[in-house]
Design a binder for this molecule. Structure first.
Ligand SMILES: *Cc1c(COP(=O)(O)O)cnc(C)c1O
Length: 348
């Protein structure tokens, strides 16, 4: 009795999560390798001390005020979610009905396809050029198209489409463009300011990666208030709980932590990229906390498999019509040293 469209879909497959306590170096889901700001844990403990018998603030006002200050935007332009995946679900439910269409830049974040399938919408995967740029035709209208997605920085490549180019594409599209900025805190630029310039531009953010809070589940969307008002009708009333609102607000408050963490990750990433290129991998320039590595002289899947046997988990991804590669999250320096020692043994 399950809808045929649900039975037909395969469902989103997330990166492996080894059992807690397993001795694995986990570089496969772009989590931050460092613990979050200690202020987050203090704020959660304080919130807990107040008890949990009451419902949370449905609008997560404390967070929106703090994030608004930090990012220089009006809190009325922000809606919060149970991770940015929740935000993506809300957006697709708002704009896309059965038989409507979505478009996304490909290879990109696979969840967009899953969300469209649940909605019984059609998907149009628009391929990046080989240098991870997008041609003008990404913005071509068709009668079904209701929403477009661009992860920026993109996953799995880590590459960035510059804001002026995003603006051009969004302006030419017949529908809104969701710029999924899950990794923007690691990048040199972002598209936040474009939201005020064009109502069709909607930016999503998460605290999972740059704030080291994947386990807390907190994300948000920045859009013009006319859109936020509509999204508010769709979200679960209490989609963020008291503990996550307290923790996320404290995380936003500790921008010093963010700056230091970012510096550490970027330094390790740049070292990883240089060494991987020396070892014969091709890696496009990453502005995220992971790299995408391919090779032409031999298959990379056996490298992933051998690493797994040796206790280092990276993500092997094979994109139909594009090819495969390894997506490797930037860990701590010692994690990356361990990875490099193993890879050097395999390829040199
Ligand atoms: C990790 C990720 C997300 C999801 O983040 P959550 O807030 O943990 O749900 C969204 N988009 C992209 C591109 C991601 O890599």
């Amino acid at each position: 009795m399950i809808r045929p469209s649900i039975q037909a879909m395969s469902g989103y497959v997330s990166g492996e999560q080894p059992a807690p306590g397993a001795k694995v170096i986990k570089l496969n889901t772009n989590e931050n390798p460092y613990p979050c700001s200690p202020r987050v844990l203090t704020a959660i403990r304080e919130a807990m001390a107040g008890g949990l018998q009451k419902y949370p603030d449905p609008l997560a006002t404390a967070f929106r005020m703090r994030a608004g200050d930090v990012l220089g935007i009006d809190p009325d332009w922000i809606q919060c979610g149970n991770g940015s995946d929740d935000i993506l679900t809300i957006l697709i439910r708002a704009f896309v009905g059965a038989q409507d269409g979505i478009r996304y830049a490909y290879p990109g974040y696979i969840l967009y396809r899953t969300l469209a399938q649940i909605q019984e919408a059609t998907v149009d995967e628009w391929k990046f050029r080989s240098d991870w740029t997008l041609d003008d035709a990404f913005a071509t209208a068709n009668s079904r198209l209701r929403l477009a997605f661009l992860a920026n920085p993109n996953s799995p490549s880590g590459t960035v489409i510059p804001a002026n180019r995003v603006f051009e594409l969004a302006d030419a599209l017949p529908c809104p463009l969701v710029v999924d900025e899950a990794y923007a805190d690691f990048a040199e630029t972002n598209c936040l300011r474009l939201v005020a310039e064009n109502e069709k531009i909607i930016v999503t953010r998460t605290l999972s990666k740059s704030y080291a809070l994947a386990g807390l589940r907190f994300g948000f969307v920045i859009a013009q208030p006319r859109i936020i008002e509509q999204l508010a009708k769709i979200k679960d009333s209490y989609n963020c709980d008291i503990l996550s609102i307290a923790g996320a607000t404290a995380a936003m408050d500790d921008q010093g932590w963010l700056i230091e963490n970012r510096q550490a990750i970027l330094a390790t990433r740049d070292r990883l990229v240089l060494r991987f290129r020396d070892l014969g991998f091709e890696t496009p320039p990453s502005q995220a906390n992971f790299i995408w590595a391919t090779r032409t002289d031999r298959p990379v899947r056996p490298i992933y498999e051998q690493l797994k046997r040796d206790g280092v988990l990276v993500r092997y991804l094979d994109y139909a019509g594009w090819g495969d590669g390894l997506r490797i999250s930037v860990g701590t320096d010692s994690q990356i040293d361990a990875l490099l020692a193993l890879v050097e043994g395999m390829v040199s």
